[in-house]
Write a protein that binds this ligand. Structure first.
Ligand SMILES: NC(=O)c1ccc[n+]([C@@H]2O[C@H](COP(=O)([O-])OP(=O)(O)OC[C@H]3O[C@@H](n4cnc5c(N)ncnc54)[C@H](OP(=O)(O)O)[C@@H]3O)[C@@H](O)[C@H]2O)c1
Length: 327
């Protein structure tokens, strides 16, 4: 167990989401300790923007730095496993952006490596850290909504038909499932009693051969069901509806949700539940990761990440989507 007041975070990647990590730490009066990036100049610019002193000449230098405690990986999905192998073997704790790996085999390998090296491995899944989810779990566990019957999930994101960007590129492990489906699946896993085993789906492919849109139907051993509709070229509300036999919960903007409405169907009354702040999503994630690293409490839910990865792996097998690394 390593307990420190603050851990030294290194960012591996300096794109959109790495900026959000830097801003989250900044909002706490902290700074990322060091920067590793493929394009050195972009690493330097990122460091200058956030007042970070250390930029490695080569990405691999980050793994050898004894002062780095936690590495945050935010490069494209297909690059994660190679960085995970090196980081975990070097004894670093890792918070890795979604989707954590391409498939279950890669994830199993990373988990074994983390166990062997006694470090924390986690996927940066905002859903598992937003306070609203814990609040809703308390309400659900109180029994006032009755039994879970159905979950209905939408996620639509309009991405331009540029087949070279990471959303549609097969070489960058694009596709709706790994980019946005991972949120919908993590949401259903959070609320379902067990991981769904019966899965049916339909998919439409983009010209590159990755999944552009899909409909997925899932049922677990308890008979709880979920439907998911995904699109990378049509907006839909980011809405999760969780239906119990005595009422339903609607949660909007669910990847970083802060507000839900509960309708109690026996008398029609509604209750608005608010907890947490969308803008603080990465602050919650960092705090939970540091608690796990300190050995205080592990609320990173790697088990849910594994269940979600198993479903995504099965779906892509059925859809015949194979990434170059898997050939
Ligand atoms: N949790 C969230 O809310 C959220 C939001 C957005 C994205 N994400 C996830 O975060 C990851 C990155 O997304 P992003 O939108 O931040 O991407 P981005 O802005 O395109 O940045 C990508 C980063 O990865 C680096 N990179 C690209 N290809 C690489 C390679 N082959 N080897 C090493 N480094 C490489 C880039 O380096 P260069 O500077 O050299 O180009 C850049 O630093 C994805 O896994 C995505 O799913 C999560």
């Amino acid at each position: 167990m390593m307990t420190k007041e603050h851990y030294n975070w290194a960012t591996l990647g300096t794109g959109v989401i790495a900026n959000e990590l830097a801003q989250a730490l900044q909002s706490q009066g902290r700074t990322i300790y060091s920067v590793a990036n493929r394009t050195h100049e972009k690493g330097l610019a990122f460091a200058q923007k956030y007042g970070i002193d250390k930029v490695y000449d080569k990405i691999d230098d980050v793994f050898d730095d004894p002062d780095v405690d936690i590495i945050y990986i935010s490069t494209p999905h297909n690059t994660h496993i190679n960085f995970l192998r090196k980081a975990l073997a070097a004894g670093k704790h890792v918070l890795c952006e979604k989707s954590i790996t391409l498939n279950s085999d890669e994830l199993d390998e990373a988990i074994k490596l983390a166990q062997k090296n006694h470090v924390v491995l986690a996927e940066a899944m905002t859903i598992f850290h937003m306070p609203i989810y814990r609040k809703l779990t308390e309400i659900v566990n109180s029994g006032q909504l009755g039994e879970l019957k159905l979950i209905q999930m939408n996620f639509g994101s309009y991405k331009d038909y540029d087949m070279t960007n990471r959303f549609f590129s097969r070489d960058l492990a694009g596709g709706a499932l790994l980019d946005i489906g991972v949120y919908a699946l993590s949401f259903i896993r959070w609320f379902m009693a067990s991981s769904p085993k019966q899965i049916a789906s339909q998919v439409q492919l983009a010209p590159t051969g990755v999944d552009e849109q899909a409909g997925i139907l899932l049922t677990n051993d308890e008979g709880q069901m979920a439907t998911i509709t995904l699109s990378l070229h049509a907006k839909q509300p980011k809405r999760g509806t969780i239906a119990y036999d005595k009422g339903y919960i609607e949660l909007y903007e669910y990847p970083r949700g802060q507000k839900a409405v509960i309708t109690y169907t026996e008398d029609g009354h509604q209750e608005v539940i608010e907890a947490g702040d969308t803008a603080q999503a990465l602050v919650y994630e960092v705090a939970d990761m540091e608690k796990a690293v300190a050995g205080i409490e592990n609320t990173m839910h790697l088990g849910y990440t594994q269940d979600v990865m198993d479903i995504m792996t099965q779906l892509r097998k059925e859809w015949g989507i194979v990434y170059p690394e898997e050939e």
